[in-house]
Ligand binder design. Structure first.
Ligand code: NAD
Length: 434
């Protein structure tokens, strides 16, 4: 079978890297300890669509060890690591991903990832889906609705994936129950903020070695990802300005000491532009035309829709390839612009993505979501989008910071009564804002 990986000799290197990454994925190790000798996912067919890094590989191996039957593809054409894929293949995991895929290969991988062979030679679809960006979920809704309608549940990891799921639900088109992993506090406040804070700079510097200090950096979107990006850039000595549509977010940025720019000022002023909105065409033709020579464009949002790369690739520009992830677009006046990673997520595509600890937290959330849906199908029976409960979230936090356990203050009975809280949790109301 073609697993898309040409060089299986990378498996040994992949194994070493994957095992090394496990050192800071306590959630994965704790779950393995808790379920030792048990197979809670026995024979459960899971299709995953998350780019394959060393962290993802550890999660996939956990699911496999807990009994799941896995087929996996990537939501990002450029970001999977070949040695991580090769390692998984050497462990008999069906992985359909590699670094750098054509559009045709990308969708062929989706096709392969949902088709579970039965002993009689027939094919069946997954019981559950783990998705990032709603990519394979939308693909199955459009191309194979019969397969999708038999799926028992899906877990979705990112902001724009939730936007797509909510749209499907609002249109009455969502074909299975969905679990919103992204909006878990332990996901969005950690992966999106702290993950982006650390991985943004690695992604940029690996693709284009550029001094950040003293530069004017424009961040589009002051949500979770934007906040992380702003902190990094400010910490490195950049002059940071934010562009927002939302007055509350703009006010938050202002209170943190960032400039808030209108679109025109941003385009004319910036040296480095970073999009983090989940929206389309945030940097469009009108912005690009005003930018300075050799401005740098990078995206942190899902997919490649935030910077209008279609316009850059039009015949108004000459495209110079410095390497496959770094291009300089030159217009008829001789003005050049650097585009990083073809407009795809710069941290995932240019660098190794988020650090292991935040991915451990994110994957623990997927695990808790899957386990809850498998064990309590009656609770998750409607075709709508479910959010994690506080108890589930507190469990994820404990899994990922085991050292904290002995340090947490235990409420006395008098204190617990005063606060009307069970000393064993949940410690916050469902609507608490962290
Ligand atoms: P969020 O909703 O918290 O923040 C997005 C912000 O962008 C909002 O404040 C919104 O008001 C603003 N916005 C929307 N359209 C805009 C526009 N046209 N111009 C300026 N501002 C605009 O979302 P988030 O969690 O920060 O995620 C942002 C994107 O990053 C999503 O696509 C998400 O899937 C992706 N993401 C990427 C990573 C990564 O590793 N790179 C990690 C998590 C999420």
């Amino acid at each position: 079978m073609n697993y898309w990986i040409n060089d299986i000799s990378l498996a040994n290197k992949g194994k070493t890297e994957v095992q090394n990454t496990l050192r800071d994925m306590p959630g994965i190790s704790e779950i393995r300890k808790l379920f030792e000798g048990q197979k809670p996912f026995k024979d459960v067919k899971i299709t995953g669509c998350v780019w394959v890094t060393y962290e993802t590989a550890n999660f996939i191996m956990l699911l496999k060890d807990l009994g799941a039957n896995i087929r996996w593809c990537s939501d990002n054409k450029y970001a999977s690591l070949d040695d991580a894929c090769a390692y998984l293949v050497s462990e008999n995991v069906s992985v359909f991903a590699k670094k750098g895929m054509t559009d045709d290969e990308y969708y062929e991988c989706f096709e392969q990832a949902w088709q579970f062979p039965n002993p009689d030679g027939s094919i069946s679809g997954p019981d559950y889906i783990i998705d990032d960006g709603c990519d394979i979920t939308r693909f199955l809704h459009e191309k194979h609705p019969d397969v999708m309608s038999k799926v028992r549940g899906l877990t979705e990891q990112t902001t724009c994936g939730i936007t797509s799921l909510m749209k499907l639900y609002a249109d009455g088109k969502l074909l299975c129950p969905a679990f919103n992993v992204n909006d878990a506090v332990t996901k969005s406040k950690f992966d999106n903020i702290y993950g982006s804070r650390e991985s943004l700079i690695e992604g940029i510097q690996r693709v284009l070695n550029v001094q950040i200090a003293g530069k004017k950096v424009i961040i589009y979107g002051y949500g979770e990802v934007g906040k992380g990006c702003c902190q990094t850039m400010k910490g490195l000595g950049a002059h940071v300005a934010v562009c927002e549509i939302d007055p509350i977010m703009a006010m938050q940025a202002h209170m943190e000491g960032y400039e808030v720019y209108d679109r025109d000022t941003a385009s004319r002023t910036g040296d480095i532009f970073i999009t983090a909105t989940g929206c389309i065409k945030v940097i469009d033709r009108e912005d690009i035309l005003k930018m300075k020579n050799d401005a740098v464009l990078a995206n942190m949002g899902h997919g490649n829709m935030e910077i209008n790369t279609e316009y850059l690739n039009s015949d108004e520009y000459r495209k110079e390839e410095i390497n496959p992830l770094l291009h300089r677009y030159v217009d008829s006046t001789g003005k050049g612009l650097f585009l990083l990673c073809n407009g795809y997520l710069v941290n995932a595509t240019g660098g190794a993505g988020h650090p292991p600890r935040v991915m451990s937290i994110t994957f623990s959330n997927h695990f808790v979501a899957l386990l809850s849906m498998i064990r309590n199908p009656e609770v998750y029976s409607d075709k709508r989008v479910y959010k994690p409960t506080r108890i589930q979230e507190e469990f994820v936090a404990q899994l990922n910071f085991p050292d904290l356990k002995g340090k947490l203050i235990r409420l006395t009975e008098e204190q617990a009564n005063y606060l009307s809280i069970n000393p064993n949790g949940p410690y916050k109301r469902e609507d608490y804002r962290y």
